[in-house]
Design a protein around this ligand. Structure first.
Ligand SMILES: Cc1cc2nc3c(=O)[nH]c(=O)nc-3n(C[C@H](O)[C@H](O)[C@H](O)COP(=O)(O)OP(=O)(O)OC[C@H]3O[C@@H](n4cnc5c(N)ncnc54)[C@H](O)[C@@H]3O)c2cc1C
Ligand code: SF4
Length: 506
């Protein structure tokens, strides 16, 4: 009796539930590079290289541990490009009696997997993905009966549950959250550390050749490629962050600087999302650094909150609300995605910098994603599905379970406030305060309207005007709506006119 143990591209963890009980004498691990996954959005070239190279290295690791791995490469002439068809071919090859898999991270793949037992005429066992700190059942229990799903409440429960940064039943330092210390602008005199990057090895080079030939029309530079593709590399990247990034992570978490995409961020999201690092080990490493006196508490707490709080919370929100979540459009946004997101020339320096960073590295940190590309999409009323497909394509760490709630809920308010208590709409003043982008811009953030005015300024007020019916009752927007009520009809009209002209020109 031979069983197939399926390992998907973002399931590269030796402790994966689908590998449990594998008998090397009779069973086979199945790994598939399928066009269905590489093509469903036009992924950044580096993202495809990272995933395929990490899969190939993981297959070698499994073989080194004595497992049999049946690996179907993307350019195998017999590869049909579809999960269902490739699994059917593998079932026939191995005369398999059962398929064992771990629950996929994306709803669309799980829906497909649910059809496999009928299609293949064998039992398909779907095991829970245990690589998270909260199971989906635990999240559903937490959410049950709540009107508001606020991350902060969930995060405190997770601190209590895991004991991370706790002294008995109390948070260390007497506070749950040190966010008010974590909003500093980066002073010019503070040097940004250089980060550990990884030279492509022959396996990665081979994948780069494949990607260069097959996905040349996709957005993003293929070279230089500096991502780690093994667990060993991912651990080295984490270590580098703990030394050079974490001490200042808290202070400058929200800061942006032209030409410096990484600043003091960890750059471990792709490794966490692929399964090369576990969220618990990363959080424990940050806590250990704090307990050793190497990093301040606001840094360790701010960092752990992102993983223990935000990452687990968005996954819970995704699985609790799919598929209807993706279909909501609370602000009825319907504008097409402008070409500047794909690198078309723009005078808006903040967007030019953010998109330029992505082109080179497939990376942008949280505030670039939320307050530059996200804020602009919100203010311009870009249709959620279009901008979501962009986020899914361009970022190295983008998988729908984590991308969708962040874009749909946090950046666009398209879920009507399920995740965020108010839209993250901001004028140019925020970007000016947190970055040096405005210094090199054709526009002036101090000018609100008229020639030279920063488009974020009039788009911000235009957004509040256009969405007045839906948003005016939101208590957290009471102040801006009070200000807006003091605007003369002429001022309102000139905001609408300038915003309309700008948006039409996109
Ligand atoms: C509009 C938008 C889209 C996003 N899309 C993605 C995405 O596709 N994939 C993704 O992994 N993250 C996404 N994020 C969350 C966050 O921006 C990235 O996780 C982070 O920038 C990754 O870089 P880092 O590893 O250097 O993170 P750091 O700033 O060093 O944070 C540490 C870790 O915390 C976790 N984290 C932080 N914020 C979040 C969050 N809001 N949701 C989930 N995890 C979080 C990540 O695992 C990250 O590696 C998105 C955020 C926004 C606002
Ligand atoms: S002036 Fe406005 S458009 Fe230009 S960089 Fe600043 S915020 Fe962006």
């Amino acid at each position: 009796m031979s069983r197939l143990h399926l390992v998907l591209g973002d399931q590269l963890s030796l402790g994966l539930s689908s590998l449990r009980g594998l008998d090397p004498a009779t069973d086979t691990v199945l790994m598939l590079e399928v066009a269905q996954e590489t093509d469903y959005v036009p992924h950044h070239k580096q993202k495809i290289v990272l995933i395929l190279s990490a899969m190939r290295h993981f297959a070698d690791e499994l073989r080194a541990q004595g497992m049999k791995v049946d690996y179907v490469a993307l350019d195998d002439p017999a590869n049909t490009g579809s999960f269902t068809k490739e699994i059917a071919r593998a079932v026939a090859r191995h005369a398999a009696s059962t398929l064992i898999m771990t629950q996929p991270g994306e709803w669309r793949v799980l829906e497909a997997a649910k059809t496999w037992s009928d299609a293949l005429h064998i039992p398909v066992e779907i095991r829970p993905d245990e690589r998270f700190l909260a199971s989906l059942e635990q999240f559903a229990d937490w959410a049950r009966g709540r009107k508001l799903f606020r991350m902060e409440h969930f995060y405190r429960d997770m601190r209590r549950k895991t004991g991370l940064l706790m002294e008995g039943s109390e948070p260390v330092g007497g506070q749950w959250n040190f966010d008010q210390d974590n909003r500093k602008r980066l002073p010019a005199k503070v040097a940004v550390p250089s980060r550990l990057r990884f030279e492509p090895d022959p396996v990665t080079r081979e994948v780069m050749d494949l990607v260069g030939a097959r996905f040349d029309n996709h957005f993003g530079d293929l070279e230089p490629f500096g991502w780690a593709v093994t667990r060993q590399g991912a651990l080295a990247a984490l270590d580098n962050f703990l030394t050079v990034g974490l001490p200042s992570f808290g202070d400058y978490q929200d800061a942006m600087k032209a030409g410096e995409p990484f600043l003091f961020h960890s750059i471990v999201s792709p490794y966490l999302n692929l399964g090369l690092l576990s969220p618990l080990e990363v959080c424990q490493a940050a806590e250990t650094a704090w307990r050793a006196g190497d990093v301040p508490l606001n840094a360790a707490e701010g960092f752990i909150r992102q993983i223990l709080g935000w990452r687990e919370y968005v996954r819970g929100i995704y699985w609790l609300n799919m598929p209807s979540y993706a279909a909501s459009n609370a602000l009825s946004a319907k504008r097409d995605l402008p070409g500047l997101y794909w690198g078309a020339p723009t005078d808006l320096n903040c967007l030019k910098q953010a998109v330029g960073d992505i082109r080179k590295t497939a990376y942008g940190h949280h505030i670039q994603r939320l307050m530059v590309t996200g804020n602009f999409a919100l203010l311009a009323g870009i249709e959620p599905a279009q901008i979501e497909a962009w986020y899914l394509a361009v970022y190295i760490d983008a998988f729908e379970w984590v991308e969708l709630p962040n874009v749909h809920g946090m950046a666009l308010f398209a879920d009507g406030g399920l995740m965020a208590s108010k839209p993250y709409a901001a004028s140019g003043a925020y970007i000016q305060k947190m970055s040096d982008y405005c210094q090199g811009c054709a526009y002036d953030p101090a000018i609100k309207i008229g020639p030279g005015a920063c488009p974020f300024n009039y788009l911000y007020w235009n957004f509040l005007i256009e969405n007045e019916t839906v948003l005016k009752g939101n208590m957290r927007l009471a102040m801006p709506y009070k200000t807006l009520s003091g605007f003369t009809p002429e001022r309102r009209q000139s905001i609408k006119d300038q915003a309309g002209e700008f948006l039409a020109g996109l």
